[in-house]
Design a protein around this ligand. Sequence first.
Ligand code: SAH
Length: 235
Amino acid sequence: MPTTPNVSHDEIARFGKLAARWWDPDGESRPLHDLNPLRAAYVAARVDLRGAKVADVGCGGGLLSEALAQAGAHVTGIDLGEKVIEIARLHLHESDLRVDYRVQSSAELARSEAASFDAVCCMELVEHVPDPAALVNDLAAMLKPGGRLFMSTINRTPAAFGAAIVGAEYVMRMLPRGTHHYAQFLKPSELGRLLRHAGLELEDVSGVVYNPLNRKAWLSSITAVNYLAHASKPA
Ligand code: SAH
């Protein structure tokens, strides 16, 4: 029996509409642009990226993939959106970097390159997939023993509902309406459980505070809205 792919086609179509303007720092991907230096630094502080083999799962137009490649990593960027991958590939002509972009599912990469990545990044994706546990299992399977997983997502709190949905989609109209669904947000404790069930050890959870008015983002102990998580695969 074929396995059901862990993907919502509405989600892929929604991000496909944003593809052409993905690299416009003032377009709909603006929050990703504003958060990118912080999350790239979070990864770089925990893995030596020079020469490291890194997967960026749900890479979109490649903001983080390029930052990792710039830091010296050999990056494989996968996404199920054909349009975003096309934009990611085109942007390499501007940046003069190398990233191996593929239209591929996490399950396929976990199968074809099991236990082969020093680090796996999966930013702002887990809240968009039908089966978060299956995604986390795929990410864990990609890691070498001793490898590191980095994820970012949105907490399921009234503050996150206010900031990520009401604030970003309705008040500031920064993101298209319908970008996020409250019920799919994960609490850090829930993500921690998925990571442990996948055989990983949770190393850190850090809050990310973002002020969309001055476009600054910083790490914080406040995980009520956005947060980053770091887990490792036992050596
Ligand atoms: N990780 C990138 C993009 C986040 S936007 C960044 O943070 O900069 C979410 C991305 O996930 C979109 O590019 C969308 O096409 C992709 N996506 C959504 N569902 C997916 C799935 N089931 N498998 C792989 N990619 C998916």
